[in-house]
Design a binder for this molecule. Sequence first.
Ligand code: ADP
Length: 481
Amino acid sequence: MTESNNKWEYAPSLESTSHIQLKERYDLFIDGKWVKPSDNRYFSSINPATEEKIAEIAWASDADVDLAVKAARKAYTEVWSVMKPSERAKYIFRIARLMQEKARELAVIETLDGGKPIRESRDIDIPLACNHFFYYAGWADKLQDAFPQRNIQSLGVAGQIIPWNFPLLMAAWKIAPALAAGNTVVLKPAESTSLTALKLAEIIEASGLPAGVVNIVTGHGDTGAAIVNHPDIDKIAFTGSTSVGKLIQKAVAGTAKKVSLELGGKSANIVLEDAPIDQAVEGIVNGIFFNQGHVCCAGSRLYVQESIADEVVRKLKQRMESLYLGNPLDKNTDIGAINSKEQLQTIEKYVEIGKKEGADMYQVTCELPAKGFYCRPTIFTNVAQSSVIAQEEIFGPVLTVQTFRTIDEVIQKANNSPYGLAAGVWTDKGSRIFNLTSKLRAGVVWANTYNKFDPASPFGGYKESGFGREGGLHGLEAYLK
Ligand code: ADP
């Protein structure tokens, strides 16, 4: 170990991949069986850190989706909705336990398939996904206690479509509350990150969960659209881009389907002059560079009070230079690979827009690996509130920095966004926290921390960030009549 500049150099510490089990080709998990896609179409899942193919994944057609919905309907009517809630709970607990047993394998596969650092998949994604199953298993036989004034009834078949940024965690957010409330499920993972959902299907198979209660259909947007448009689905739960969210809303308008949408974000992270600055800098880094900025609630707009702006930006640049970018399987890595080539191109397009708009760009000076999709952590200062990079979601490690003088000014600026998913506030004073949190139009507001999740606390947005809440009792309610 040697020290160069302000950065220690470590010998590589690679997580082993020898213990993972992956098939070369994955079929669809329908009615408790592995079923070939009717069109015999498959697509490749790529490791974004090496650009190598990991496995082939089935591409479900309308007919395959129909088969999955029929299986889910049958399982709902004949088995799951009539089962004693305490029995349902046991299955959900069993899935959680099996996930825990396979946690290491799941973490490695998540990192291989999605590009996120192994430290994050090991310490955040997988444990949180397990905790969601444990948490909702606990509620499965206490629904009447959870909602005492109501006649508890499940909805039926839930169609669930998830994105690529937290593949297994999003699957858990969707499946666990749906099952606990007595529904059956057809879930579609994102095309670039289907593998952990397919491993979850294997776990579900091993758990003995009755056939058809959970069906996993892989594919691209057309497979998602087939779920959205299927007439025998009672509820659509979607997490993804605002543009697809709007399409879904149009498609279900005038139908009896219930919908919850968790869409994009452009969340404000606000640092007041009395904030503990080093702690805030850590929170800013965590808020935007965590998971390469592939977080819908990423703190991608930084607002710093003018009197401390120079110091915060200087310390932020220093901290950025100390981040390790590279092989996501290395336990020292802070910044892994961008999820796909397309996403890297999108981020690069926004970086160019930022430069053209006249903002000052600062990028970490580290070298990028020769292969794979990587992006240097980037900040823009001298950014106008109306600029594209301060308004549109970039979904990458790109932060805009603006200053403010008064609290009223920053509330206005923070709320001046089409989105309203999350926000962060850094200050020493509790009264300022309460003042800001009550006025910021965001579904989640963190105080003196950022990106903290817990299965018991609800998550969701305002405005174009969507509607409906996931997590906690709110998340359960979304699956009840
Ligand atoms: P992102 O930009 O984060 O990839 P998308 O909204 O494109 O977000 O994708 C999120 C999920 O929605 C993925 O599983 C994707 O396959 C699916 N999807 C894409 N287009 C559609 C569509 N028209 N209808 C339903 N699902 C779709």
